[in-house]
Design a binder for this molecule. Sequence first.
Ligand code: ADP
Ligand code: 5GP
Length: 203
Amino acid sequence: MAVQIERTGMLLIISGPSGTGKGTLVKKLMDCDPTFRFSCSVTTRKPREGEIEGVHYHFVSDEEYERLVQNGEFLEHATVHGHHYGTLRKPVEEMMAQGYHVLLDIDPQGAISVMENAREYVSVFILPPSFEDLRIRLHTRNTDDPVEIERRLRNARGEVKKIERYQYAVINDNLELAFSQLQAIVSAEKQRTTRFKPTISEN
Ligand code: ADP
Ligand code: 5GP
């Protein structure tokens, strides 16, 4: 018997409150798993220090964002913490057609929109150990001013209520444990018969 494998891509949605560690976990996954491609979102937020156009985000004006909305170029889009964010449909479809798994780091509004419209997806909600830890992480990250941090913490209370819409949840307390749990989810999802198509021949 000989077995040949053809794999189809997964759309992996990672979301959760700001500061919970999504970006950290996404980077770790991207660094160790070459079967994934990151979906670089469009945003009207200003770049933070160290953020690179086309790597972290495509930074656009309000006018350009509106043009993309009107042209139907987004798979999903949402206003998050007062800025606009969106996932471009075409690159996601192209990467999946090439057999890659595609990773979306998006907020719960966008995640629910994808879950309601996509044929297949894997959704993971990343929880902080506590709201106090979230506050400390946002301050320690030092990328947002105190007013912005308070806004993100207020929004976090509503965001965690959406957890039951997701298939999986990971508590990011100990980073290595959280990452190994994320890897276990990814590893099991890769082995689904719907994604892992073996052709079995007699010889
Ligand atoms: P998000 O992408 O969800 O907004 P980040 O990945 O930027 O969050 O993480 C927010 C901050 O918390 C960063 O400074 C990051 O280094 C830190 N962090 C991430 N995971 C942990 C963890 N398990 N324990 C402590 N700090 C963490
Ligand atoms: P930040 O400004 O900290 O980079 O991101 C703020 C929030 O926007 C995070 O929850 C992040 O997941 C979310 N986000 C980033 N890109 C997108 C996107 O394309 N669509 C949606 N809906 N949310 C996004």
